[in-house]
Design a protein around this ligand. Structure first.
Ligand SMILES: Nc1nc2c(ncn2[C@@H]2O[C@H](COP(=O)(O)OP(=O)(O)OP(=O)(O)O)[C@@H](O)[C@H]2O)c(=O)[nH]1
Ligand code: SF4
Ligand SMILES: [Mg+2]
Length: 401
């Protein structure tokens, strides 16, 4: 698993996407919202071209990522690629803010229904209320079409911005506060042993994000956390008076750890935990079992969220393809996409294998899973597939059953 250090480590911050026509004041709104000039503001339509992601801490919302997007009425030659990028931001959005400026709200309504289909809460905001005296028509249209009541703000004077913050904090899904990586697998004072090989793929001098997040969570849960590499695993066990309640291993040494662990210790992997934390574990388990029906003619898509130079023994580029080739023959077709590349049309694939996706938020990973579900394509993730291929899928513990 590569480091992912080139990407913004957003963890599970709530992602707030700001959408609206060009010049509706999205960038001005964001600057007023976070009290910093992070986005360029100008009266030239189409100023924001690429989405801007800014991780901030906002009272009373908490840690969040605010996304400034390109306006959607842009008809310049870059229009199509800007719209695609805006829609990618929409896929990552947990709460959407749609700015309204005039009475032509067809696009805004289309976007509204897009979000509603994904259970994404939407807040309509009428901006520039410092200069426009009457907003009755747009207000009534929104009420009639959606039952939502827009809020009024002025990004220029700051009026109404606090009300938007309050509204956002009311709309944060409960699961944001309650979902954890290890869920009910551990309790206060439990000893948890983490097996973390620091091999060629680990970033120099640092730990990868899933390990950092898991350690932090276990400390918050008042667990006793012990870390070792695979080489020191047996010594680590030997140094303990009692077997650890739970062992969380890097998937690459799953088999070794399983074969050498005490019977009393439960076993899982970082990828398996993240499969549930970021995705749909039952679908992933079903997907992993689908491997047994692959043939040498099958097409497999590997989706790795980090974009990085290939490393030797890379799990997505080498280890999993080799495991598949060993089992089904060299002619099995294994394709790899990285970063946010993910085909819309998945019909040619027999199986999709997703990485742990620690660099992306749950909403975005679920959006990928939904695309696979709609097209009836089995999907799994690295950890679940390795557990299955090494024959221990039924011997490890999961956070969801
Ligand atoms: N009077 C007034 N002007 C505003 C307000 N918000 C934005 N503006 C002005 O509207 C123009 C467009 O603002 P931007 O924030 O760049 O708009 P945008 O939606 O990000 O535009 P694009 O990035 O081009 O899509 C600028 O001239 C802003 O100064 C507001 O609340 N009141
Ligand atoms: S995003 Fe994927 S490839 Fe990148 S570090 Fe996380 S699990 Fe590994
Ligand atoms: Mg802008």
């Amino acid at each position: 698993m590569p480091s992912g250090l080139n990407e913004t480590p957003t963890g599970e911050r709530i992602h707030i996407g700001v959408f609206g026509k060009t010049n509706s004041g999205k960038s001005s709104f964001i600057n007023a919202f976070i009290g910093q000039e992070v986005s360029i503001v100008s009266d030239t339509a189409g100023t924001t071209t690429d989405p801007v992601y800014k991780a901030v801490e906002i009272y009373p919302v908490g840690p969040c990522v605010i996304i400034d997007t390109a306006g959607f009425s842009d008809k310049t030659s870059l229009g199509k690629s800007r719209i695609e990028k805006t829609m990618l931001s929409a896929e990552k959005t947990d709460i959407a803010i749609i700015l309204l400026t005039d009475e032509n709200i067809d696009e805004e309504l289309r976007l509204y229904w897009y979000f509603r289909r994904r259970n994404t809460p939407v807040i309509f905001v009428i901006n520039k209320c410092d200069i426009k005296l009457s907003h009755e028509t747009v207000l009534n249209k929104i009420k009639t079409e959606t039952n939502e009541i827009p809020l009024f703000v002025s990004a220029k004077t700051g009026e109404g911005i606090d009300l938007v913050k309050e509204e956002i904090s009311k709309k944060i899904p409960d699961s944001f506060q309650t979902r954890t990586i290890t869920e009910r697998l551990v309790n206060k004072d439990d000893i948890v042993l983490l097996v973390m090989p620091q091999d060629i793929q680990a970033p120099k001098g640092r730990l990868i994000l899933p390990q950092v997040q898991t350690i932090r969570e276990l400390l918050d849960k008042s667990c006793i956390v012990i870390c070792s590499t695979a080489n020191q695993f047996k010594q680590a066990l030997f140094a303990l008076k009692a077997p650890p309640k739970l062992i969380i291993t890097d998937s690459q040494v799953f088999k070794y750890v399983y074969e050498n662990k005490p019977n009393e210790s439960m076993l899982t992997s970082f990828s398996v935990l993240f499969a549930a934390y970021k995705g749909d574990l039952p679908y992933y388990i079903e997907g992993a079992k689908h491997i047994d029906s692959l043939t040498e003619k099958s097409n497999v898509l590997i989706a790795e969220c980090c974009t990085h130079a290939p490393l030797s023994e890379d799990i997505g580029r080498e280890k999993i393809p080799n495991m598949l080739k060993k089992r089904f023959g060299n002619s099995i077709n294994v394709e790899l996409v990285s970063g946010t590349d993910f085909p819309e049309d998945l019909s040619k694939y027999d199986l999709i294998i997703q990485c742990g996706a620690c660099m992306f938020n749950r909403k975005y990973v679920m959006s990928r899973i939904n695309k696979a579900k709609v097209q009836k394509i089995p999907m799994t993730n690295y950890g679940v597939v390795i557990a299955h291929l090494t024959g221990i899928l039924d011997k490890i513990v999961f956070t969801q059953e």
